[in-house]
Each structure stands twice: as C-alpha cells, then as structure tokens.
Ligand binder design. Sequence first.
Ligand code: OFO
Length: 172
Amino acid sequence: MLSKKIEAALNGQVAIEAMSSQAYLAMASWAENQGLSGTAAFLYRHSDEERLHMLKLVKFINERGGRAVISALKQPGTNYSNITDIFKTLFEHETKVTNEINKVVDLCLKEKDYTTHNFMQWYVGEQIEEEALARTLIDKLNLIGNDKGGLYLFDRDLEGMSSAPADQKKGA
Ligand code: OFO
C-alpha cells in the first residue's frame, strides 16, 4: 500500500511524463512544418515513449492501492529558432525530469518504501540514456553548424533512430 506522500509524489511524476509527451509532440509538429521529416519522426516516437512512461506510473499507482490522477496540462512552447534550439530545450527539460525523479527516489528511502524505490530505478536508468542521447545530438549539431548538407544527413539519420533505451525496445 502506498503512503499518501508517495502517492502524491508519483502522481506528480505522472503529470511530468505527460508534459514531456506533450512537449515532444509540439516539437515534432514544428519539425514536420520545417520539412525536417526525420527529426519529426524521431520526436513523434519520443512523445509516444513519454506517454508509455506516464502509463507505467498510472498502472503502478493503481496496482499498489493508490489512485492515479490525470491532470490538466499547460500548453508547451511552439516557437523554436532552429533544430539546435529544439534539442537544447529537450536536454534542459530532461535534466529537470531527472531532478524530479531523484526527489521521488529520495522520498522512497525516507519513507522506507523499497517497492516503489525498486520500481523507480527503471526511470533512473532511462534518464541516463535520454540525457546522453540529447547531449550526443547537440554535439553533432554543433559540428554541423550551418552546413545544409550536414543538416540533411542529420535529419535522415534521425528517421530510424530510436530514443528508447535497450530494455524498453524489448518491451520491458
Ligand atoms: Fe520519461 O523520460 Fe524523458 O522525460
């Protein structure tokens, strides 16, 4: 059974994952309008993955005797100056998400809720991968600079690139 404090913290995380999904959906749509079809495909997939992260939390809360809350969402940003701006925003967002996950993990230890602590380890691992991927993409974009050919290849490479960590790809 979840304590009220843990239930509230997990519900906070439900809202954060939903916000991530919404933010990446807005970025995907922006990229699609710019003709960056590979980047758009990558971001649409990323948005779907964030929704799965949210669902995983909803199911866990309900299974553990709590009540998952689906809250209203703020409209995400819609204006980006360029593709580098997109991935910098994504990276900053993910570092904030990591901080929030760490707070939940910390609370689990304080409350001696080792079951939820164990469940949250999946999110800890996920954040390491997501931050690393965003950093790699920003590094590539910095190398490309204003080279149109480089940008074309970058966008093409993103078409088939997964944003999910290995265990998630296997359906964990
Ligand atoms: Fe859910 O991993 Fe990003 O936010």
